[in-house]
Design a protein around this ligand. Structure first.
Ligand code: NAD
Length: 469
């Protein structure tokens, strides 16, 4: 029987970051995943392929908009096979890279499905048979899978989850997106740009329920133009596969619409943790009522040899949170006195405009009754935004009223996903409004909107005139 100091189950951005750091720290490490190379949902059928498609969609939108700048292109001809090839090539390139890194670091990589035998033994079913591994510690990084409520489960390929939608089987004339969250808006906008008439149904009163409304409002304006319809306070009561399409009945505000026929349906109503690991019940690892593995701030489960990280331990289900937790868990295993204590985990929705936030949102601050000041800088006053013809953006800081410390940052606009990193650093470093105001930002860039938001806080923004009251 082979033995290893650390076994990592699941090769997504959480699992492979953990395995690579463990190897760098000198631990003998085994990484187990069902794919040929590490990457997980994020790289194979999530973050990465969707971003490749969103990039193409952005180019199409910009090309169409260029008429307003005096440059006209003919209507694009879309070669779906080639577009798929581009997207698959992106995935191939990244995963062959992680495969190389496995070899360089001498991580023992096993392609197969892991089963827990006891708190120090794993069995892996591989194409060639079975391998048994004795381990000192294990990290469970098994991620999550799309949630498919029973009412939305139809055995018909025209009803898709995000994985099926990313395969781009065709560009349906009509597409229903169930769920106005991250996936629904990202993939819905790709299909809309490619030419589908997209209807979005969202159960709650607004898109992206976790984000501040002033940010979402900016995106919603564009989404409303881009999509055929956005039905809020609406859910789907039933789906029925018919020869002509999928017949959908709505419930809630959108129920006024009689049932409708769609060529395809994308179900994106959230993800659920993948904690059904065979043999887990033979350990002391606890799973809560929502299916999340219970861990402490050092990512330890109730079984002393086992740790868990990423989507399988809770929200937010984001790749960068998983990677960070993976590194913390490995450091704990290596004997360091560290814990997972972030002040800010950034969230980015890669629509156009992008929405990004980090730290405390305004809504959370108000709900918690915290004394805050919100300083907003509208992109209409940003030279860079004007040159991009994108003045619809907004940058805002959520500051502690007493200390002027930056508690949260919210952004909407093209490139918000890149800009938020400065906000994360500011929050993590405990920066206050003065720190941000005194940091010289390059001109003309969208990053200046961060600095000028701090100036707004002091009522002294160069490009925003606020007369003294
Ligand atoms: P989500 O939680 O972002 O959104 C689901 C939406 O569906 C919510 O707005 C919810 O109110 C709505 N909903 C739930 N049940 C419904 C119903 N029956 N009818 C209508 N609406 C309903 O989930 P998602 O979009 O499926 O994405 C899953 C997770 O994947 C995200 O939470 C995120 O963690 C991750 N993800 C992240 C990114 C990113 O970082 N850019 C992109 C895609 C996915």
């Amino acid at each position: 029987m082979a033995s290893t100091q650390l076994a990592v189950v699941g090769g997504g951005p959480g699992g492979y970051a953990a395995a690579f750091l463990a190897a760098d720290l000198g631990l003998s490490t085994t990484l187990i995943d069902n794919e040929i190379n590490p990457g997980g949902v994020c790289v194979y059928r999530g973050c990465i392929p969707s971003k490749a498609l969103l990039h193409v969609a952005k180019v199409l939108d910009e090309a169409r908009h260029a008429a307003a700048w005096g440059v006209e292109f003919a209507e694009p001809k879309i070669d779906l096979a080639k577009l798929r090839q581009f997207k698959d090539g992106v995935v191939q390139r990244l995963t062959s890279g992680t495969g190389q890194l496995v070899k360089h670091r001498k991580v023992h990589y096993i392609q197969g499905l892991a089963e827990i035998v006891d708190p120090h033994t794993l069995k892996v079913k591989t194409a060639g048979g079975e391998e048994t591994i004795a381990f000192e510690h294990a990290i469970l990084a098994t991620g999550s899978i799309p949630a498919m409520p029973r009412t939305l489960t139809v055995d018909d390929p025209r009803v898709m989850d995000s994985t099926a939608a990313l395969d781009l089987p065709d560009v349906p004339a009509s597409l229903l997106v169930v769920g106005g969250g991250y996936i629904g808006l990202e993939l819905g906008s790709v299909y809309a740009t490619l030419g589908s008439a997209v209807t979005v149904v969202e159960m709650t009163a607004g898109l992206l329920p976790g984000a501040d409304r002033d940010l979402v409002d900016v995106l919603a304006k564009r989404v409303n133009r881009q999509m055929k319809a956005v039905l809020l306070n609406t859910s789907v009561a039933g789906l029925k596969a018919e020869r002509q399409g999928i017949r959908v009945t709505f419930e809630g505000d959108g129920a006024k619409q009689k049932d409708q026929l769609f060529d395809r349906v994308l179900v994106s109503v959230g993800r659920r943790p993948n904690s059904r690991i065979p043999g887990l019940d033979s350990t002391r690892v606890k799973v809560d009522e929502r299916g999340f593995i219970v861990v402490d701030e050092q990512l330890r489960t109730d079984e002393p040899s086992m740790f868990a990280i990423g989507d399988v331990v809770g929200e937010p289900m984001l790749a960068h949170k998983a990677s960070h937790q993976g590194r913390v868990a490995v450091e704990v295993i290596a004997g360091e006195n560290v814990a997972f204590h972030p002040r800010a985990i950034p969230a980015v929705v890669f629509t156009d405009p992008e929405i990004a936030w980090a730290g405390l949102t305004e809504t959370q601050a108000k709900e918690a009754g915290r004394k805050i000041v919100v300083a907003k800088f509208p992109w209409g006053a940003s030279g860079r935004a004007i040159t991009l013809d994108r003045t619809d953006g907004l940058t805002k800081l959520i500051l502690d009223q007493a200390t002027e410390q930056i508690l949260g940052v919210g952004l909407v606009g093209p490139g918000a996903g890149e800009l938020i990193a400065e906000g994360v650093l500011a929050i993590e470093m405990g920066a206050n409004a003065t720190d941000l105001k005194l940091s010289i930002h390059p001109h003309p860039t969208l990053t200046e909107t961060m600095m000028e938001s701090a100036e707004v806080f002091f009522g002294q923004a160069t490009h925003v005139y606020r007369p003294r009251r």
